[in-house]
Design a protein around this ligand. Structure first.
Ligand code: GDP
Ligand code: IMO
Ligand code: MG
Length: 427
């Protein structure tokens, strides 16, 4: 039996979808435990590209059970669209279950997300506009609607009435926006509830039973460590916990049941949305990484900001998540660079900073301290064994693993399933 948590070790979009799909071969169950359809996980299987927002990246393996845990915020319209999109491409969702405890993203959450961003003006977070923050805010404020309510017309009516009283006041009085009509929302969401009902099952029971039976479970994180609401670059973060500890909370599994944690990191680094980014490249090299790496958001299509690999962030992610292994993706994107820089520490007011700072004030004044290593020019996209990589590429991987203090398990040389080098078998 093995339970493995896959998390993003940077600001999201590290390639968690690809790594999850790859590791899912050895798993019986794949679980999403936080976030919502702010996530965009791309999986390329047999030359076909799939963009998954809510459904676990194990779904392309028909025999695996895919679960959406209580820690996820679920937009029913998006969920239904994703199920239909997959079935139109011949992918079955008969093995997909949703926790009744997951919270529902309602239309007023989307509207409030947009109004909040507009109000913030220059201080906007650059959210994905999917209603994620307002849905988690309602959960914490005990004003949310859960999947269990959505599928029970009586509970839905009760919870929606309470919610709309507050939301309509906020929308009309604070934002000068339109109120939502109870009957219209109720009618639509009651129908969504009917569609969702067959998928609802107690995810915590399913996972714990499977663990007792010695099965292999894979937990798929969304977003990344630096977008964590506690451990990330607050307030430029998401409203959930993308870190490994949340796999337990977001699925109803005790911490004693987790065996391994894998951090996914790009061989460089990207960020979408606002907030400080010490190794950001605003020059030709950054543009090159964006072009070669196709660094445009899976969810919003926004260009991703690109920069050099940051070992301060990698060490921080190792500590916060208790990383056992690293999966380094997109090594192929660095091909053709004469020299590659790695940030080993920050310089702040003449001092060397080794640990990731807690405040944006300090972080925004940190300058990266770089070490330069030689690049390689050979095409590595067809390489399948680490020892067949050009020596400089091998050295680069070795160096980032050493600076991060985490051994390497996987390395990616392309988006395809087979473009993965296995350094350590995890199942
Ligand atoms: P996620 O949100 O962490 O799942 O990552 P995204 O799917 O948003 O972004 C990662 C992108 O990189 C996707 O388009 C993947 O297909 C692609 N990708 C993943 N691994 C590799 C790799 O090793 N090399 C290349 N060139 N692309 C990769
Ligand atoms: P995956 O799972 C990258 C970012 C947004 C914004 C901030 C808050 O694909 O790695 P939100 O809509 O969550 O309130 O936005 O978080 N963000 C992501 N960035 N990858 C993601 O998911 C992200 N999900 C949210 O760009 O800066
Ligand atoms: Mg993504």
């Amino acid at each position: 039996m093995s339970t493995v948590v896959v998390i993003g070790a940077q600001w999201g979009d590290e390639g968690k979808g690809k790594v999850t799909d790859f590791l899912a071969r050895g798993a019986d169950i794949v679980v999403r435990y936080q976030g919502g359809n702010n996530a965009g996980h791309t999986v390329v299987a047999d030359g076909q590209e799939y963009k998954l927002h809510l459904i676990p990246s194990g779904i392309l393996h028909p025999e695996k059970l895919c679960l959406i845990g209580n820690g996820v915020v679920l937009d029913p319209e998006v969920f239904i669209g994703e199920v239909e999109g997959l079935s139109a491409r011949g992918i079955s969702t008969s093995n997909l279950k949703i926790s009744p405890r997951a919270h529902v993203i309602m239309p007023y959450h989307l509207r409030i997300d947009a109004c909040d961003e507009e109000r913030r003006g220059a201080n906007r977070i650059g959210t994905t506009g999917r209603g994620i923050g307002p849905a988690y805010a309602d959960k914490a404020a005990r004003a949310g609607i859960r999947v269990a309510d959505l599928i029970d017309p009586e509970s839905l009516a009760e919870r929606l009435k309470i919610a709309l009283e507050e939301k309509n006041a906020i929308l009309t009085k604070l934002y000068g926006s339109q109120a939502f009509d109870f009957e219209a929302v109720y009618g639509t969401y009651k129908k969504y509830g009917e569609r969702l009902a067959p998928f609802v099952s107690d995810v915590s029971i399913l996972i714990n039973e499977a663990i007792r039976e010695g099965k292999n479970i894979l937990f798929e994180g969304a977003q990344g460590t630096l977008l964590d609401i506690d451990h990330g670059t607050y307030p430029y973060v998401t409203s959930s916990h993308p870190v490994a500890g949340a796999a337990c909370l977001g699925s109803g599994v005790g911490p004693t049941k987790i065996d391994k944690v894998i951090g996914v990191a790009k061989a460089y680094i990207t960020r979408v949305g606002e907030g400080p980014f010490p190794t950001e490249l605003k020059d030709e090299t950054g543009e090159r990484l964006r072009r070669r790496g196709h660094e445009f958001g899976t969810t919003t299509g926004r260009p991703r900001r690109c920069g050099w690999f940051d070992a301060v962030i990698a060490r921080y992610a190792a500590r916060i998540n208790g990383l056992d292994y690293l999966a380094v993706t997109k090594l192929d994107v660095l091909t053709g660079l004469d020299r590659i820089k790695i940030c080993t520490a920050y310089s702040y007011g003449g001092e060397t900073v080794e640990e990731f700072p807690a405040t944006l004030k300090v972080l925004s004044r940190c300058r990266p301290v770089y070490e330069e290593v030689p690049g390689w020019t050979e095409d590595i996209s067809t390489v399948r064994k680490i020892e067949d990589l050009p020596v400089n590429a091998q050295n680069y991987l070795r160096r980032i693993s050493q600076l991060s203090g985490v051994p390497l398990a996987l390395a990616g040389v392309g988006p395809g399933r087979d473009q993965t080098l296995v350094i350590k078998e995890l199942y």
